[in-house]
Design a protein around this ligand. Structure first.
Ligand code: SAM
Length: 195
């Protein structure tokens, strides 16, 4: 157990080094009620991005991007734009620094330091969530994404969906779940789309 988590952490740091970024480890929440930062393994993110069938027209958003590991890996695909939204100033600055210095960027990147519930989703075609908030806030963000997108295509990947978050998605009948599986590190991953 200890050895496998050590090996995972070393792999994360080695991938960070290779990409010339710093995203490993966790970071405590800045304020009461805020969520702490954690991320998933490079191999899980890579296979999840492959499952999303990204194309050069896509505008990808990591909702609650933390230090930007997913932003940087998405930006190694040739997309229209990659965006990170993050309410912690410290983490948003780290994500910005990482996206500027990363090796092999093929897409423009923007980092917005703001709450996900205030972000304008009108220009976003793919949303990625790694369990950034509880069900009530997820509900508000989905309502906002729907209003902003006005029926234009939108797909989403949600990592570590809880039963309460799954219920929220089920109530958003404008979204259908088109894939759900346990990834190689046993995270539940669900994919949704509106068309
Ligand atoms: C579990 S971490 C995931 C980080 C990143 N998406 C990744 O997979 O590497 C969740 C992140 O969401 C951010 N977050 C939580 N609630 C947020 C909100 N309402 N608006 C913006 N960011 C938020 C946290 O600060 C944290 O960095």
């Amino acid at each position: 157990m200890f050895l496998s988590s050590l090996a995972r952490s070393l792999k994360g740091r080695a991938n960070d080094l290779w990409l010339n970024i710093g995203t490993a480890g966790t970071a405590p929440a800045e304020s009461v009620g805020h969520v702490y930062y954690a991320t998933i393994s490079y191999r899980c993110i890579r296979s999840l991005l492959d499952s999303l069938d990204l194309s050069h027209d896509d505008r990808f958003v990591d909702v609650g991007c933390g230090k930007g590991r997913v932003v940087c890996l998405a930006a190694r695909h040739r997309l229209s734009r990659v965006t990170g939204v993050e309410y912690s100033t410290t983490l948003a600055n780290e994500a910005k620094r990482n996206s500027e210095r990363m090796r092999g960027r093929k897409s423009p990147v923007q980092i917005h330091c703001k709450p996900a519930e205030d972000f304008d989703y009108s220009d976003s075609s793919v949303l990625y969530f790694f369990n950034p908030f509880e069900a009530p806030l997820l509900d508000s963000v989905l309502q906002k994404a729907r209003a902003d997108r006005r029926d234009r295509p939108l797909r989403m990947a949600f990592v570590m969906e809880s039963p309460a978050q799954r219920d929220v998605f089920a109530r958003h009948t404008w979204l259908s779940c088109y894939n759900r599986f346990e990834d190689i590190d046993h995270h539940l991953v669900a994919f949704y789309r509106n068309s």
